[in-house]
Design a protein around this ligand. Structure first.
Ligand SMILES: Cc1cc2nc3c(=O)[nH]c(=O)nc-3n(C[C@H](O)[C@H](O)[C@H](O)COP(=O)(O)OP(=O)(O)OC[C@H]3O[C@@H](n4cnc5c(N)ncnc54)[C@H](O)[C@@H]3O)c2cc1C
Length: 613
């Protein structure tokens, strides 16, 4: 027992009381005594108006002191309505973990505190990690629960418009433009739009697909989600409890349609966003939308949120390599079904999730398939190995608490945790991995052994969740060659360096997509792309670059990632846009982080037009 006889709640409460006392002065000595030298503080808007991680108590002290004045945090305490303080093991370290609540001058927030003993200081319990996260801005709370719309505006005037009339008018945008235009109506767009709508920020999603959910519907026949259902909920409306563990694509697509309807999201399908320019003086965009009938609509939103996912621009390797090939060439984004290739031969180039899934689909359709490996790949069995990082979501705490706990793990500890999980997965999957190596498959386990999730967060791919294709490769039912063993592509297939020809009627390029930077360059031009810089991945920093946060381009925002990431971070993205609209926050992310920039209460509620109540 780390903490003697005191209850963990009392210990956490004591720490929070001391912390609040130290902030109020601020008292450097007391503050320092509360943190380990190698501690972490992650703030999601609550004190700094940024998403940032500060490492080490010297830096924490400096940053806390810089922001505590305008933020005025008070009322720290554990929250009886949330998971009670308890002992946990995170990233291999045992700690007391306590969820708490607090207030600031402009909002209410939640946090997570982790305490571990300091062996050099009589085992005094000090903060190892601290998260402070903004939940809501005072006076601009979400219209949920007690604050839900009362419906009087469409039910008392018997001659006036009813709810349906108002919904239709709101979604048509005949005589107004939205404040926020969300480009892309997949999970990222569907996470941010309802958040903004609840925050009374007028929001429209546009998507070039014909029908809501087509981004899933049009994927391959057998697709089910890779993560378990309890991890994948969209905001506000969880999947029903009788849903299968792995949601089939068409079921998810249908849910997207129901979700848009139910959450009253303004959504224009079959509408392509063709690009935009920013008017610095007017502080708004001029964007062009092309509708299904070919007509164009110019709009002037103050914010554009890019939620275009990875489906922007296919990454096609040097086309000249295939110029002599007489068969059909498809990028993985164009592949839908293997039926047409029954009895034919196919080469699938690329060994990420898409390459493996397409190879398996072709094989199941009766094609002779060879997978072509270009670089080493991480393989992990879908169950139980790929689910290990999400164990928390099956342990009992409510979704809201799981999300907060997930958010509270700073990057270095997330890496440490994933190194441990990757080792565990390698042991669990040993038989499969040995088999793959025997047939010449080149494996890796991510940088420093951090596993698939860090491959996703840094490169957006480079791994496969095995749902059977790896077993088929080990058995030899699906062939495997290395790209480096191919000398050239000829009319009837691939000419190997050995001189043999690998016959093919079809080549599928499962070679991924270009990064978001290319999409920004195409839609907004070189200047804005250069101003924004790299998107996704961490670079030298502690947070994903340009994701869910203000960018150097006023009014331009990005959201992407897994369903869980979109659910979690859409909340903070929504709050930032709301804060800009009410005058709490400048719209640019690279202004000096002076407290005055973030904390001045120049509130302008008139900029939040009332939606139908
Ligand atoms: C087999 C498989 C299983 C998976 N399982 C999971 C899982 O369990 N959990 C999970 O979190 N993720 C899972 N994923 C990953 C998931 O597919 C992607 O993460 C997800 O599609 C990304 O969502 P998104 O909204 O960012 O992008 P997308 O779903 O790609 O949506 C982007 C949308 O933007 C639109 N768009 C793009 N450009 C424009 C434009 N110029 N104008 C208008 N519209 C535009 C597109 O039409 C598209 O509908 C899985 C993927 C696969 C293939």
């Amino acid at each position: 027992m780390l903490a003697g006889t005191k209850s963990v709640t009392t210990i956490a409460e004591n720490w929070l009381t001391q912390f609040e006392r130290a902030l109020a002065v601020p008292d450097d000595v007391l503050l320092k005594s509360l943190f380990h030298a190698d501690s972490y503080w992650r703030d999601l808007l609550a004190l700094t108006w940024h998403i940032r991680t500060v490492i080490g108590f010297e830096a924490i002290l400096r940053e806390v002191k810089a922001h505590v004045g305008p933020a005025k945090p008070t009322d720290f305490g554990t929250n009886p309505n949330r998971t009670a303080p308890r002992y946990v093991t995170r990233a291999g370290t045992r700690a007391i973990e306590a969820i708490f609540s607090f207030e600031t001058a402009h909002g209410r927030g939640s946090g997570v505190l982790r305490l571990t003993p300091d062996a050099d200081n009589g085992n005094a319990l000090k903060a190892w990690t601290l998260l402070t996260a903004l939940d809501e801005i005072k006076g601009f709370e979400e219209r949920v629960g007690r604050l839900r719309p009362d419906g009087k505006s469409y039910s008392r005037d018997f001659r006036g418009p009813n709810w349906l009339d108002l919904r239709k008018a709101a979604a048509e945008y005949v005589d107004r433009d939205p404040v926020v235009l969300v480009v892309g109506g997949g999970q990222a767009g569907l996470s941010i739009a309802p958040r903004l709508t609840q925050l009374r920020v007028d929001t429209l999603i546009v998507d070039r697909e014909q029908r809501i959910g087509d981004n899933w519907r049009n994927r391959y026949h057998a697709l089910t989600l890779h993560n378990e259902v309890q991890v994948n909920h969209l905001p506000y409306m969880p999947f029903p409890p009788n849903w299968p563990t792995y949601i089939p694509k068409d079921k998810l697509a249908a849910w997207f349609e129901a979700y848009v309807e139910s959450m009253e999201i303004n959504y224009w399908p079959a509408t392509e966003f063709e690009g935009g320019a920013y008017d610095e003086r007017e502080e708004r965009w001029s964007v062009v939308l092309r509708r299904a009938d070919g007509t164009k609509r110019e709009m002037h939103p103050r914010h554009v949120v890019m939620a275009t996912g990875v489906s922007g621009i296919p990454n096609l390797p040097d086309i000249s390599a295939w110029r002599n090939f007489a068969g059909k060439i498809l990028h993985s984004s164009q592949y839908q079904d293997g039926e047409a290739w029954r009895g034919k031969s196919a080469l699938v180039i690329g060994t990420g999730n898409s390459g493996h899934d397409i190879a398996q689909d072709l094989y199941a359709s009766g094609a002779k398939v060879t997978l072509v490996q270009r670089s080493s790949t991480l393989i992990v069995n879908i169950e139980p190995s790929a689910q290990l990082p999400y164990a928390l979501y099956g342990e009992g705490p409510p979704l809201e608490d799981c999300d907060l706990i997930t958010t509270s793990i700073p990057l270095p500890l997330a890496k440490r945790s994933h190194i441990l999980l990757t080792k565990q997965a390698r042991n669990l999957d040993r038989e499969l991995l040995d088999g793959l190596e025997r047939v010449g498959f080149k494996l890796d386990f991510g940088e420093d052994g951090t596993g698939w999730q860090f491959k996703y967060l840094t490169h957006g791919g480079g791994y496969y969740f095995n749902v059977g294709c790896s077993d088929l490769i080990v058995e030899g039912a699906i062939g495997l060659v290395q790209f480096s063993d191919i000398a050239d592509f000829v009319a009837d297939g691939a000419k190997m360096r050995t001189g043999a020809t690998l016959a093919a009627d079809l080549i599928v390029l499962a070679t991924g997509y270009k990064g978001q930077e290319s999409v920004v360059r195409k839609l907004f031009g070189e200047d804005i792309a250069a101003r924004v810089g790299p998107i996704w991945g961490f670079g030298d920093g502690q947070e994903l670059r340009n994701m869910f946060t203000r960018t150097a381009q006023p009014g331009l925002w990005f959201i992407a990632g897994s369903l869980a990431q979109c659910r979690i971070y859409s909340k903070y993205l929504g709050l930032q846009i709301q804060a800009c609209e009410v005058g709490l926050l400048p719209r640019i992310g690279t202004l000096p982080d002076a407290p005055g920039n973030c904390g001045s209460l120049n509130v302008n509620p008139a900029r939040l037009p009332a939606l139908s109540s």
